[in-house]
Design a protein around this ligand. Sequence first.
Ligand code: HEM
Length: 416
Amino acid sequence: MVVKVPKDKGIDRTYAIFKDGYQFIQKRVQNHHLDVYETKILGSKTALLSGEEGAKLFYDNERMQRNSAMPPRVLKTLFGEDGVQTLDGDVHRRRKNVFMTLMTPESLKLLHEITLHHWEQALLKWQSEKKVVLFEEMLVLLTKTACEWAGVPLESKETKKRAKDFNKLIEGAAKLGPDHFASRRARKRLEDWAAALIEKCRKGELDSKEGSALHEMAVHRDTHGELLDAHTASVELLNVLRPMVAISRFIVFGASAMRENPEIRKRISNDEHYLRAFTQEVRRYFPFFPFLGAIAVKDFTWQQYPFKKGQLVLLDLYGTNHDPRLYENPEQFTPERFHKQKGGMFDLIPQGGGDYHQGHRCPGEWPTIEVLKASFSFMAEELDFDLPKQDLHYSLREIPSLPKSGFIMKNVRRRV
Ligand code: HEM
């Protein structure tokens, strides 16, 4: 049977990305019983992939590459130029390995402890404050956590400024106008700061611990045996710090899920198994990274669709995590689904899919889960507060999304 791959007719759909947000690909691919759809972005034919099969193709290094896939507006804000995200082949594998070596069981345990310590400190401070906006506080808490874990010195007077800049990077890629340019300026400030730390570390002016991100980025040698130039090393150090701060969004989403169902809180504090399942469901259910881009490296046909060499290909992360073929009632928040379902290479992909070493899957999945578990257990066991009237809705059109109020708490106290 010959199936015609559906496509958007006529005009360019770049604007529709802003209009449809997280559902841009889902709206197009679903109901067609295929995992591919054609649209036009920035004047060029673009293939949209979704679902487990779509993810498998996207992570096939024989058919897809990352170099040149990322638009400059994303590189100049969120990711930075010349970072691991833009590399392919051996050069990518070698650079990626630096990130992978940071993720030892000991260092993840340390991260858990650091996170809990900063929650304790934050609770002490919040008890004397009238009102606390969880999202803003998480940006600061995670900036401290990330820097301590990465071996980066951070003075208390600079913490808020760095936290704000990290958030500007996270928000800036999808923004237009002044907010986008503010994000570029924030990247410049952060790269200058990180590059200076790398230089100091190399000159021995800063005591950096072996195994910390700062140390490992400073001493890493590329496939030619050369140290990374200070700018590239700074981009990679920020590739650890920035996404750690981004976990703040999952924490706020998790807080609002706990508020909607008080049973969740009780179960989290009593059941480690449930805590993990809740953490996985937060990562699956709530919107964060909408989609990823790659470039087809050759002409080939897949599911009746003729891919052309050089063509832009987008993989639907949000839609795959909400694919009814993979998840029963995907629009219901149901942590229990992860008691049975494990989350495989290509079905649970909030942080990308495939193999960590061979492909671009996020090396920060373990630290993300560790920080979330520490945070959710602290919130369930130690934190009590009043929840004033506020708007906790979030929009699937806004990238990155967040509950509107940022989760306001009043009369914050320790749970007795
Ligand atoms: C890559 C999401 C946390 C470091 C990625 C990718 C996504 C993602 C979608 C792209 C995967 C691909 O291109 O195939 C997230 C989310 C996070 C998070 C939503 C939590 C809020 C972290 C953390 C770290 C980290 C905590 C570091 C400690 C990286 C790096 C890459 C990456 C270095 C590039 C990997 C490569 O190109 O090979 N992340 N991430 N991320 N992430 Fe994360």
